[in-house]
Write a protein that binds this ligand. Structure first.
Ligand code: AMP
Length: 423
């Protein structure tokens, strides 16, 4: 098969690496890819948001299967456009991607189908949003309805903070159209965890649990980021809890989407709060998490490609995936300054020998090749140092040993990924 992976981050590097290893894969392209992905796939200079460019490329190159990494093109209808053109594509239709594309859509779906989630209200004018906040009291969570690259959720500790968030989204339009409608909801308490499943419109195939680290600095301090590290599995998640998440949250969602005429196909990534009243849904993402995908790909023994195809074909009930028992952990190395302003173009040295030990795989999240073949940082999040091991502690030691071998003074990482569970 000729496969095209859409995206250019660490998630897409992990997907390209895994798909390129499939005996079914004859040729793999990645658009736009990055310097590390170039080792596994032929990179083509088309941005992930360029729907027409991607459709033309897939048509012209007789691509058999497209795997879409990021949410933007899914919400914008890339899979619909490819499917109309007779090209099989992994990921939800635009209508099904609304599970991530509109928080209000998701909350209403939960309300109609009795899916456990925080109590909420939906608003399109600041006045009624503020009245709701004053009545409900703080703490309270203010969310922009649309896609906001992780910047659309404000955890307000006071009514004044919530009102300021409402003004920033609706009056100052800091997120543009994404913040013109709001969801305001009860603040839930508990541990957070992420659950990943493949879905083929009807059948749900559980993949794994993972935990990410959203804040920029050690001890969960500093601004929110796209994710500074992750590990999988998550200790303490019982079979019973997973069964409950499947029966009360994920399967009812998949049934609801089918009933509404928009069957969900793709990866469903549930962000959950494990409360004293049981698991509650915080959000869905309609794609693999980044960097969670990197740890999942390292733990997966089976060929991923046939499972992704089966999700498109409505044939997941015929697929079985095997996973190693070994845990995996990934440390994100980012350019100093991220997630705020940072400089592109700093040189990264000594990467090739960094893995050393077995069990380490480095995925590139934002790199480019320099004119003299040197490796340059080309983004905020730049490298994902990913390791497996017989224990999480060993995986963690391997990952940080590799980090310390990399010569990149302009980079930084959190030193406490997975620290909470290994002590
Ligand atoms: P979301 O994009 O909706 O998952 O929100 C991003 C993050 O905000 C979540 O991962 C949680 O840490 C936090 N969050 C969102 N909604 C709530 C809520 N209702 N209660 C507590 N924390 C929340």
């Amino acid at each position: 098969m000729k496969v095209l992976v859409v995206g250019g981050g660490g998630r897409e590097h992990a997907l390209c690496w895994k798909i390129a290893a499939s005996p079914l894969c004859e040729k793999i392209y990645c658009a736009p890819g990055n310097a590390g992905i170039a080792a596994d796939a032929e990179c083509v200079a088309i941005e992930a948001g360029d729907i027409e460019g991607l459709v033309s490329f897939a048509t012209d190159h007789a691509i058999d299967f497209v795997v879409v990494g990021p949410e933007g093109p899914l919400v914008a209808g890339l899979v619909d456009r490819l499917t109309e053109g007779g090209i099989k594509a992994f990921g939800p239709s635009a209508a099904a991607a609304m599970l991530e594309g509109s928080k209000g859509f998701l909350k209403d779906l939960c309300a109609i189908y009795g899916i456990p989630t925080a109590e909420y209200g939906r608003f399109v004018d600041a006045g009624s949003a503020k009245s709701f906040v004053r009545e409900a009291g703080a703490p309270i969570v203010v969310k922009a309805d649309g896609l906001a690259a992780g910047k659309g959720v404000i955890m307000a500790q006071t009514i004044a903070e919530a009102e300021a968030a409402i003004d920033a989204f609706m009056e100052d339009r800091i997120l543009g159209a994404a913040g013109q409608a709001l969801v305001i909801e009860e603040m839930l308490e508990g541990e957070e965890a992420s659950f990943f499943a493949l879905v083929d419109g009807e059948t749900v195939m559980p993949l794994a649990w993972a935990q990410d680290h959203k804040r920029a600095f050690d001890g969960d301090r500093g601004p929110n980021t796209g994710g500074m590290g992750a590990y999988s599995p998550v200790p303490g998640i019982s079979r019973q809890l997973e069964a409950e998440v499947l029966s009360d949250i994920v399967r009812p969602t998949v049934r609801a989407m089918k009933e509404q005429g928009h069957p969900y196909k793709g990866v469903l990534y549930a962000g959950l709060m494990l409360t004293d009243d049981g698991p509650k849904l915080l959000e869905y993402n309609v794609r693999f998490g980044d960097p969670e995908c990197q740890v999942l790909c390292l733990r997966l023994i089976s060929d991923l490609l046939p499972a992704l195809i089966a999700a498109c074909d409505g044939a997941l009930s015929t697929v079985d995936l095997r996973w190693t028992d070994e845990p995996a952990l990934t440390v994100v190395m980012a350019t100093k300054g991220y997630p705020e302003a940072y400089r592109k173009g700093s040189e990264i040295r000594d990467l090739a020998d960094a893995p050393g030990d077995t069990g380490v795989k480095i995925f590139h999240a934002g790199t480019a090749a320099g004119a003299n073949g040197q490796l340059l940082a080309n983004g905020g999040r730049v490298l994902n140092i990913t390791a497996t091991g017989p224990t999480m502690a060993k995986a963690r030691t391997r990952a940080y040993t590799a980090v310390d071998r990399i010569d990149w003074p302009e980079g930084f990482c959190r030193r406490d990924i997975g620290a909470r569970i290994v002590g």
